[in-house]
Design a protein around this ligand. Structure first.
Ligand SMILES: [Zn+2]
Length: 80
């Protein structure tokens, strides 16, 4: 038990089995499931940014890719 369990939550890559800390946020939308303004977010490490991005782009879901380092406070971050 330690107080750091809460305060040091690390944002990890969304790729299956990957435990690397994420440096990128991939915003996507599936028009068949989501209203157009809706954004789902996957997190990606440097290694998986390409493969996760390609996966979404191939389906026409990818909307934007943003570096997490530009928003260190993660203001507006929503976990869905
Ligand atoms: Zn990864």
């Amino acid at each position: 038990m330690s107080a750091s369990d809460i305060s040091t939550e690390v944002l990890v890559c969304s790729a299956r089995g990957c435990r690397a800390s994420a440096g990128w946020s991939l915003r996507w939308n599936n028009p068949r499931l989501h209203p157009p303004e809706r954004r789902k977010t996957w997190l990606a490490c440097d290694e998986h940014r390409g493969s996760l991005g390609d996966f979404l782009a191939a389906r026409g879901f990818l909307r934007e890719v943003a570096p997490l380092t530009e928003s260190p406070t993660l203001e507006g971050w929503t976990r869905t």
